[in-house]
Each structure stands twice: as C-alpha cells, then as structure tokens.
Design a protein around this ligand. Sequence first.
Ligand code: NAD
Length: 417
Amino acid sequence: MGAVATTFIAGVEAVKRGLGVPVGSLTQLGTVRLGKRTDNNTPKIKDFVPLTPLECLTFGAWDIFEDNAYEAAVHAKVLEKSLLDQLKEPLSAIKPMKAVFDQTYIKRIDGPNVKSAPSKMDLAEALMTDIQDFKRANNCDRLVMIWCGSTEVFHRSGPVHQNLETFEEGLRNNDADIAPSQIYAYAALKLGVPYANGAPNLTTDTPALLELARQNGVPVCGKDFKTGQTFMKTLLAPGFKARMLGMSGWFSTNILGNRDGEVLEDPGSFKSKEETKLSVLEQILQPNLYPELYKDLYHAVRINYYPPRGDSKEGWDNIDIFGWLGYPMQIKIDFLCRDSILAAPLVLDLVLFLDLAQRSGMKGIQEWLSFYFKAPMTAPGLYPEHDIFIQLMKLKNTLRWMQGEDLITHLGLEYYD
Ligand SMILES: NC(=O)c1ccc[n+]([C@@H]2O[C@H](COP(=O)([O-])OP(=O)(O)OC[C@H]3O[C@@H](n4cnc5c(N)ncnc54)[C@H](O)[C@@H]3O)[C@@H](O)[C@H]2O)c1
C-alpha cells in the first residue's frame, strides 16, 4: 500500500465520485477501430469488451506498515491532501493485512505489520486465508492480485523454481531462494486469482509458478510498469530505427525521493531495476541485424535517491545518434514526471484486462499486455516485443479476436481496388 497502490485506489474512488478523470487509462478512455476506415466504427474499449465497471471494484492490500490507505496516501504525498480528505471515508476503511516480508529481499525498509509462521508454506496458507476472507467479507465475484510492493533484490530462477513439486517442497523447507513476492503469487495462483507483477522482481517468471498458472487456468503478466524514462525509450528508439539512424550512446540518469527511490539505493534492488531498464534498447534496436548502426551502442542507467523531489522524479537522457555518412547529432530529454501518476492508470488497466482474460479462458503468460511493462514476460525462447506501437496493435487485435471481429493488418489495399 505504497505510493502507486494508494494513488491507484484513491484515483478510482475519485473517478467514481466524479472528482477526476482517469487520464492515462486505455480501458477508460481508449477506443478500438472495427472494420474498414470508411466504416466509421470506433467504439470505446470499455463499450466493446465486457470490462468490470469501476463502481464494482473494491480494494484490499498487504503492507509491512500499519497505516490505512488514507494515511499511506497522505504519507506518499502524490495526491493533494484536499482531494484525499474528500475520500477519507473509503480510504480509511482499507487497512493493510499483515505482510509476508523478508529483509534479505528488501533491505532498506522494515515494519511491524508482518506475519510470522514456521514455514513459507504456512505463510502461503495464511495469505490464502486472507484472500478468502477478503472475498467473503466484500462479497466479491472475482479477484485479481497486482504486486505494487517494493523492488526485491535481483535473483535468478534456481533449482527450487524448476517445477511445482520442487517449489512446494521448498515452501515446506523454507528454501532461501523463494522470495516473498513468490509466496504471494503462489497463494493467488493456487486460488485461481490472476497475478500481475508491477516490479522487476523474478516472481512468476519461473517454470514452477507458470506451471501452476497453466494448471489452474490463471492468466499472469509482468514485469515492471513501463512509465517514465523507459516509456520514452520505447517511443523514441523504434523511431530512430525506423529511419535507419545510428546510435552510439544513450545515457539515462534519474533523481527521485520517494520510498521506491530509497529501496533502489540498495545495489541488489537496483540490479533488478537495471536489468529490466537495460534490456529494452538492445531488443528494440537489434544490433545483430543492424551492426553498422548499433553494434557499439553504450547504454547506461543510473538512479539516485534525492529526498527533496519526493515522487516527482526527474529523468535526464542524453542520446548520441548519427546520420548520413556517420555525422553525429545529440538529443537531450529532461522529463519532469510524476511516477505514481503515470503508474496508477496502468494498474487499473491491468486489473481489468486480467479479469477479462480469465473470463475469456486465457491462461499463463498474457503477452498482449506487454504494452504495460518494461520487461514483458514471454514464452521461453521468444524475445519480447518492446516497440510500444506494436504492443498497442497486439493488444487491440487481441480484443478484436476475443470479440470475433476481423483483425486489422493495416495493409489497406482494398481502398484502392
Ligand atoms: N511508479 C512507477 O512509475 C513505477 C514504475 C515501474 C515500477 N514501479 C515499481 O512499483 C513498486 C511500487 O512503487 P511505489 O512507488 O509505490 O513504492 P513504495 O515504496 O511507495 O511502495 C511499496 C510498498 O510496498 C511495501 N512492501 C514492501 N515489501 C512488501 C511485502 N513483502 N509485502 C507487503 N508490502 C510490502 C512497502 O512497505 C511500501 O509501502 C516498486 O517496486 C517500483 O519499483 C513503479
């Protein structure tokens, strides 16, 4: 129940009461063209596919801190206190359930609202009880879980993650390689609850949890919301490549002062973030296919914790590109962004789309939701698609496919027959 989660929850409550507009949300404001351009048939996405209306959403959360959602949102300092005061009643009612937490995975913070149990399997079972109690108490038909918790330290899939049997054995034996986020994901998937991962944590990106997702018919997606600097990268880099412009360097630096920034000061958590941030350019620019343009690209990403800025991050980019005959040029970007304001609509869309996916019988990795992530999950051996415009086309074609509409290829020869 940190900055992103409370900005999302407060935002939905504000929209429900007519106090704001859900800017940035494709499910609420986006449209989808059906048929030919001459058909003039472009409904809103929410009128085209049966999405759950905002009025029907209800929220629960876990956190290591005891603050309710109103107090946590005031602490996060993203939304104005005057707005939060108008939402005090619904927000104060959301009290965080006790967390499953382990400081070896998140080093810079610690809090009192934490479960204790003899084994990781006992913790998973306690989470399942929380989920079932929440569902009953709030009279919910369906649930979705989304990780808006801190970034865990970098770790790779190990022997314990190789299949469901070894994973469950590891839960019973307290295997050190099982992270808290994986215990939450296990609990969700066991109960058939779709799971999205907004952080760069390994979490469901393991054979064991994907096996469980497929076995129980549950959709999953991740990792790491694509919001500020990486969002800009996936807008610009496909453009340079489309024009066959070369690139020798891209240096990105960030200053931010929220709790996320504090956690990312730890080298282990930063390493998780760095991996997802760095992978993007290589996969968009494909230096193996275009060695003359990108083989010597130097790409660096830095994040510095700078408390005065709070949630209002500043991301600087210096891009060294080159054109005809190798003549160099430079581009500078200074993005004064608001992290949680950019992330909140993505949380809303992911929750609504994952619920839709489950009702449509889709299970396992949802590649059509790559649009929302810095490091989209894909089937083993498949490289992820990072170009945001291809991702959007894939998302909209998936919606058309779900509803039995013709897919749009943009060939368009028929207009000239
Ligand atoms: N805001 C963005 O633009 C953006 C973009 C991409 C990814 N993310 C990721 O989203 C996550 C949330 O970001 P934020 O700005 O809200 O951070 P935040 O620090 O404000 O919130 C994270 C919350 O998670 C809690 N937490 C940590 N471990 C937990 C556990 N095991 N169980 C329950 N609660 C736990 C913390 O106490 C904290 O309240 C981070 O991992 C961040 O890297 C954010």
